[in-house]
Design a binder for this molecule. Sequence first.
Ligand code: ATP
Ligand code: MG
Length: 441
Amino acid sequence: MATTTPAKLGRISRTHYASQLTREDIGFEVVVAGWIEDFRDIGKLGFIMLRDVTGLVQTVLKGEILLKARNIPRQSNVMIAGKVQETKAKNFAVELSVNEITILSEASLTLPIDPTGRVESNLDTRLDSRALDLRNPKVLDIFVLRSGILRIIRDFFSENNFIEVNTPKIIGSASEGGSNLFSFDYFRRKGYLAQSPQLYKEQLVLSLDRVFEIAPYFRAENSHTLRHLNEFYSVDMEAAYLDYTAVMDLVEDLVKRLIVFTKESKRVNVKNPILEPKTFEDLTQKQFPRIRYEDCINELQNLGEEVEFGQDLSDASLKKLGEKFSNFFFIVDWPLDLKPFYIHEKEDDPKMSKSFDLQFGYLELVSGGTRQHDVTKLKSRLELQGLSHESFKDHLRVFEWGMPPHSGCGLGLDRLMMVLSGVNNIRETVLYPRDTTRISP
Ligand code: ATP
Ligand code: MG
């Protein structure tokens, strides 16, 4: 008989999660704990559908216990002791004949949302009651998947000799010179929330060779889209002695591994096109296309878009490209002017850069590139972008201590989760999203 680490609670303790009960347990006494999803009463018999984090179990009640159960509101938390028996129900392997039911915590009779999902609520209402919303298995699955994805990401980087780091999120000067920083009073000085770990992770390759960090970015941008939040998670990496094409190889390997994991996890409830057999096979077997920025511009012009070489790709252009190259593709070798000061130029064409974005259709998932490690060039790039050496002095001095050539990227975790779980709003993939109108709960 399968057992779990017992969840002890007074006299009785949980022996099983709902999903662990199998026909092998028939005849044994077990204890499960969870919330009442449904109660069906047919007079002499009653059925409680008890859900826990792993799944659903059908329990059968009669006599005194049934009388007691009639008064327990749905969604209340209970512990049920019973004997495992054969069942006639199609959806279950076994059922429990209840010997004892302990009410652990009663739910109120009127709840803000229906976590079974039968009565649908809009996303805003669900987010207002997120803790309860997570009792809906469709919602829960996204976060169980996310947890697994984080585990695979950590394994992947550690197999590739990356050291996990944690850099500060409270910083004293604008990390990338951008204007979209949250600022606040920090003991009579100005403090900022880090918009990325870019500068720290570059500094760390001086000694740590390869680093990665999984951490929040904070951006004070006034976006109202389905793919922007003001706090989001990024998987950042930086590696000495690699160039941007090697970083693309790593990103591609990682994403493929995550797609395979997602398929195996069976945690995706919606019809997700990337998991359809043919697409899945293509995505995991073939190389992601790598299209030069210049070719994207030509392509867009052929499609009748009014776009010139040297311009950033607008949402409309990305949508067009996304229709042409569906699923994952890289856009490589952007004009240097479009990229931040720390990106390296192409030696054979210095107006262009060693950079890439990974797209999923119109959705940008990753930005990366080879970094400039020559401090003189770095300084002139800062000047060109109107940034002062003074505010980057702590950073620049590190480049005088023997900085190896290096490359890296930042991958938007929440956006990747949109793709893997097949949802179109980033808010579905974040427990407590922060956007321009939402700062609580
Ligand atoms: P975009 O052009 O889509 O606003 P970006 O180029 O400003 O993105 P980067 O600075 O390159 O973003 O950040 C690295 C990655 O973080 C992006 O490729 C994307 O996956 C993710 N990301 C960026 N901004 C946001 C945001 N506001 N909300 C969620 N994820 C984001
Ligand atoms: Mg980007």
